[in-house]
Design a protein around this ligand. Structure first.
Ligand code: NI
Length: 258
């Protein structure tokens, strides 16, 4: 069984066959899919998918690129969504200095507000961080000092040393298709350096399809290729990887605090 911890089936890349693909996924070895919001609109769509498909769950949150759209009223709306039964995380939230689509102080303000919202509502967080290693680490460290560190650094792209620091604080590391890439050496080193108990499987589909589908549209059905590569690095079986990451995800997303 596989737990898909990060997908975007609301994306237009799935407009033509969303229904048949999700039905196929529901019949496959994928037990859970978390469809992750990245804006107010995609959070709404994620919740709609979660309400339609029993194995789909939603994360509610606004991606750093989109934080310019946020205000107190929209934050209140997001907080209300966190109380829904099928909303199991706040995300994806974080910092993105690669696109720099929104001023950095605005990104930081709403990143912190959404972290606080997660703590208040008892949900774990799904973190997006690109070219913003130090600022993200600083904020996640501060958060871990104030609250229980429950979350995943999704599509982890930094050094193994940074990964180990997140793991020490109690966060998990999201690993997807990049680990199968020839130029994915940094992520392979991270997988080698952190325990299997700290890894989640994810696609970030429609993006980042693993080899042999690299460059094509990604979907949860390709996760066995990711599990296989992690198993090769760890010297265990793909089944052990699937089981361990499944348990990690269930622990993170379904064990509510207090
Ligand atoms: Ni994503």
């Amino acid at each position: 069984m596989i737990f898909e911890s990060h997908a975007h089936y609301d994306d237009e890349a799935f407009d033509e066959d969303r229904e048949s693909l999700l039905e196929q996924i529901g019949r496959s070895g994928i037990s859970h899919v978390i469809n992750v919001g990245a804006s107010i609109q995609t959070t709404e769509r994620s919740i709609a998918l979660a309400e339609r498909y029993p194995f789909v769950y939603a994360a509610a949150g606004v991606h750093p690129d989109e934080t310019r759209e946020l205000n107190e009223e929209k934050l209140r709306w997001l907080r209300q969504q966190c109380g829904r039964e099928k909303v199991v995380a706040v995300g994806e939230i974080g910092l993105d200095y690669y696109w720099d689509a929104t001023p950095r102080d605005v990104q930081k303000k709403w990143f912190w507000a959404q972290l606080e919202m997660a703590a208040e509502t008892g949900l774990p967080v799904i973190i997006h961080s690109r070219e913003a290693a130090q600022d993200t680490l600083d904020m996640m460290r501060k958060f871990a000092q104030l609250h229980e560190a429950r979350g995943v650094i999704h599509c982890f792209s930094y050094s193994k040393e940074i990964a180990q620091e997140y793991v020490r604080m109690g966060y998990l590391i999201g690993v997807g298709g990049v680990v199968t890439f020839k130029n994915g050496r940094k992520l392979k080193e991270t997988v080698e350096a952190v325990p299997l108990e700290s890894i989640l499987l994810e696609t970030d589909c429609p993006y980042l399809a693993p080899v042999p589908y690299r460059g094509k549209r990604n979907c949860s059905l390709y996760l066995p290729y990711v599990a296989e590569e992690i198993a090769r690095i760890k010297g265990c079986t793909p089944q052990e990887v699937e089981e361990a990451t499944w348990r990690n995800a269930v622990r993170l997303f379904f064990e509510r605090r207090g």
